[in-house]
Design a protein around this ligand. Sequence first.
Ligand code: DQA
Length: 150
Amino acid sequence: MATPKHILVINGPNLNLLGSRERQHYGSDTLPAIESRLVAQAKQAGARLAAFQSNSEAELVERIQQAGREKVDFIIINPAAYTHTSVAMRDALAAVGIPFVEVHVSNVFAREPFRHQSYFSDLAVGIISGLGAKGYELALAFALQYSKRS
Ligand code: DQA
């Protein structure tokens, strides 16, 4: 039997506040609720999913490096505010070479100009922005059927 696909979901700063934070942009779903739906969705497909959130850039870089050592197959990442600033997280993703989808709950292109710049998008397999919490589920559906050869 093939080893189960190992998927990692990473959320950056302030996403622990989903559900109470600026609901006009981010809706009312909480991060634990989103993560438990993703775990169930992965399990149903016979995959393993781990979720990580941090407000610290250093911890996020460490977690990406750890994913490289763990041979994670695919990353779903919402770098949050670090999307627009973090060369360090970009470099970590480039270093581990794990394919990833960049997710944003809000439509960053319909917001302030500084949110239109991402240090991740050109390295990402693709981007989902503005579909609310559903964006994570759609990214996971993609990750579950993704193969490097496709
Ligand atoms: C976000 C968009 C970012 O601009 C913002 O800093 C966030 C969340 C989103 O999910 O829409 O914290 O990544």
